[in-house]
Design a protein around this ligand. Structure first.
Ligand code: GLN
Length: 256
């Protein structure tokens, strides 16, 4: 807990510093492209001492950096709660959202999404001795999700009661402490949590959880930015860069 707090303070200080250097300080690199994210979602975005953009690291951060670079723009990253990202986008506080965000029909009502760059699915994290084998087995169990994630929507749609946490790490802590029986969360992030915590395993149920596509969100009608983003994403998909990034960051995340 103490260490986490310290990291947060450090991150805030570094974010301020980054802000003075780029977005708010009037850098000399021309326009700044400001991405909003929630750096609590490894391997897509997390805080590291040597990130691709300041202290921000992960697959999404590398993609964001390349989008800015290829368009001759400076990059800034604003870290906020996942739930606040689309509001910040609509307010114009940020130009785009890159946050392992699933392009859902509901979200499409308020924002536009780029070409999808990653396919994921919800999975269940359970303790190794759990008898949960399918999504239906969650019916009489204590379920934890992260607030505002598609995992919450899935569990809601299944009609189960659940408890929602602000962070994935908090939900997983409930599970390791025996206070809940299952955490429903995105596949790649689940792998990271299982490798970080002993005694957990992943249970998949493709018939219950549809596949989801991650995409970058921009303000509705911002075709100028969307075209730039799509050009880079399509190139990174075609030349295998995104695939390489996914392998690299997933390996790094699960290696420790
Ligand atoms: N893919 C999930 C969603 O869009 C979770 C994203 C995230 O936590 N960053 O809700």
């Amino acid at each position: 807990m103490k260490k986490a707090n310290k990291l947060l303070v450090m991150a805030a200080a570094m974010a301020l510093a980054a802000c003075t250097l780029t977005a708010c300080g009037g850098g000399s690199k021309g326009d700044t492209l400001t991405f909003g994210t929630n750096a609590e979602f490894p391997p897509f975005e997390y805080i590291a001492s040597d990130g691709v953009v300041g202290e921000f690291n992960g697959i999404d951060m590398a993609i964001a950096k390349q989008i800015a670079d290829e368009n001759g723009m400076a990059i800034a990253v604003e870290n906020m709660e996942f739930d606040s990202l689309l509001i910040a986008l609509q307010n114009g506080q940020i130009d785009a959202v890159i946050a392992g965000m699933t392009a859902t029909d509901e979200r499409r009502e308020t924002v536009d999404f780029s070409t999808p760059y990653y396919t994921a699915t919800q999975v269940m994290i359970v303790r190794e001795d759990s008898d949960i084998a399918t999504a239906a087995d969650m019916a009489d169990k204590k379920i934890c999700v992260v607030q505002g994630y598609t995992g919450e929507v899935c569990v809601q749609d299944m009609g189960y009661s659940y408890e929602a946490f602000k962070k994935g790490t908090e939900a997983v802590m409930e599970l390791t402490n025996g206070k809940c029986d299952v955490v429903v969360i995105d596949s790649a992030t689940a792998q990271k949590y299982v490798s970080d915590n002993e005694g957990l395993k992943i249970v998949e149920d493709p018939s219950a959880f549809e596949s989801e596509e991650y995409a970058i969100a921009v303000q509705k009608g911002n075709t100028e930015l969307l075209d730039k983003i799509n050009k880079t994403i399509e190139k990174m998909l075609a030349d295998g860069t995104i695939n390489e990034l996914a392998v690299k960051y997933t390996e790094e995340a699960t290696a420790e």
